[in-house]
Design a protein around this ligand. Structure first.
Ligand code: DX5
Ligand code: ZN
Length: 225
């Protein structure tokens, strides 16, 4: 497995001082900043957009900003987030009329491209676009809110994605990161790692604690056990 990455979701950070939150969590050992975009249409919640991404970019330094779009439609936001400093942009395939085109659009704007799978979304969506994927983001809750409980039904699905990616790379395909999002914490991160994830989103499990470094180290320790 590729080395593990921790991607704190700023959905659970203090929005009144996001710059400071982002600096603190990176100083505490985070690898990526996970940026949740909700539109009150694809999901029943409303969060942040390209302006906030641009505002935090100087506070993030060299770390990647991992934009998770929970919006419909997708395409108009891609150039805006690329300009705002996004490093990776992922979207839900059922939210785009032309999945292949949206993936190309993301790469054409200099970002890495990802597809996001809800717990009930079939993996078939990736069949014909493997060469256009830099990331698969597997939801382990239904998207829309932080602090939900990890759905164990997503573990077999995670193993299936790992298998597909490994097979693809054995055939000479480009590397594809495998990220899990929703209900991840120190308690369950070991089994999620064992099922094949290399990148771990955690919102409430990190920002809900006073000591970010302790939460992140606890997660890393569980992964290395
Ligand atoms: C859920 C978001 C997640 C969320 C995770 O719709 O995509 O990134 O912030 O939060 P936790 O880790 O609290 O489940
Ligand atoms: Zn997310």
């Amino acid at each position: 497995l590729p080395p593990a990455r921790i991607a704190p979701s700023i959905l659970s950070a203090d929005f009144a001082c996001l710059g400071e939150e982002v600096r603190n969590v990176l100083a505490a050992g985070a690898d990526w900043i996970h940026f949740d975009v909700m539109d009150n249409h694809f999901v029943p919640n409303l969060t942040i957009g390209p302006m906030v991404c641009e505002a935090i970019r100087p506070h993030v330094g060299q770390a990647p900003i991992d934009v998770h779009l929970m919006v419909e439609p997708v395409d108009a936001l891609v150039p805006m987030f690329a300009k705002a400093g996004a490093s990776l942009i992922s979207f839900h395939p059922e939210a785009s009329r032309h999945v292949d085109r949206t993936l190309s659009l993301i790469r054409d704007h200099g970002c890495q491209a990802g597809l996001v799978f809800n717990p009930a979304t079939p993996l078939d969506w990736m069949d014909h676009v493997m060469d256009k994927l830099d990331l698969v983001l597997l939801m382990s809750v239904n998207p829309g809110f932080g602090g939900q409980k990890f759905l164990p039904s997503t573990l077999p699905k995670l193993r299936a994605v790992r298998q597909r990616i490994d097979q693809w790379m054995q055939q000479g395909g480009q590397p594809i990161a495998l990220e899990v999002d929703g209900g991840v914490k120190a308690d369950n991160i070991a089994e999620i790692r064992a099922a094949g994830a290399d990148t771990f989103v955690a919102g409430s499990a990190i920002f809900g604690q006073s000591d970010y470094a302790a939460s992140i180290s606890a997660m890393r320790a569980e992964i290395l056990k």
